[in-house]
Design a protein around this ligand. Structure first.
Ligand SMILES: [Zn+2]
Ligand SMILES: [Zn+2]
Length: 200
């Protein structure tokens, strides 16, 4: 028997579980679980993630509708400037009664694939005899999915000079007076082709 109630991600749902039509609101901070993103884009383990929403009890389980707000760090994909901000997302999570004390496995996803609430895989077991919902896995899974593939400090970030690494946002006129031999050869070819076509 697991004792999820002692974890920092435990939320007691004893008042509403097994009592259809009840609502329990939630407005609390939870430490970010480990493993969300990486050094480039992610949420630091232990940073406080705010969750605001409510549990509604239906016949076969609890539905959580919540807004998650997590502090996020990132570096600009083009200029590598460190950035900070927050990731905001809305989630709908289902805690079915019959999954109680069982692991969330791939088979469960297949079985419930036809049901609306669970088709996105946002289904988690209750613990401690159906009285506790743990937010650890749902916070990790949803935030991992929400991390952007790339982040820009501004939409038109100019990035870094590919030759010397200087920040082109701060030095817009920066350039190198180096003629690349490959381009010189292409320029010759282009001139030659233009000459030929004008002769026709
Ligand atoms: Zn940038
Ligand atoms: Zn340069």
């Amino acid at each position: 028997m697991t004792h999820a109630a002692s974890s920092p991600w435990a939320v007691s749902v004893a008042q509403v579980a097994q009592r259809t039509g009840q609502t329990k609101t939630i407005d609390a901070d939870f430490p970010a679980p480990e493993g969300i993103g990486d050094d480039i884009v992610g949420v630091n383990e232990g940073d406080l993630v705010h969750v605001e929403g409510s549990f509604d009890s239906i016949v076969d389980g609890l539905i959580l509708n919540a807004h998650i707000s997590a502090p996020m760090h990132a570096v600009c994909t083009r200029c590598l400037k460190p950035l900070s901000g927050s990731k905001e997302l809305d989630v709908v999570v289902f805690f079915p009664y019959e999954m109680e004390e069982e692991q969330h496995t791939q088979d469960d996803v297949d079985i419930v694939a036809g049901e609306e609430e669970a088709s996105d895989g946002n289904t988690y077991p209750l613990a401690d005899g159906g009285t506790t919902a743990s937010f650890e896995a749902l916070l990790r899974d949803n935030l991992v999915d929400a991390m952007p593939m790339k982040v820009l400090c501004k939409p038109d970030c100019q990035g870094l000079c590919s030759q010397c690494g200087i920040d082109l946002n701060e030095h817009p006129d920066h350039h190198h007076d180096v003629i690349d031999n490959r381009f010189a050869a292409l320029a010759d070819l282009k001139a030659q082709l233009e000459e030929e076509s004008s002769e026709q």
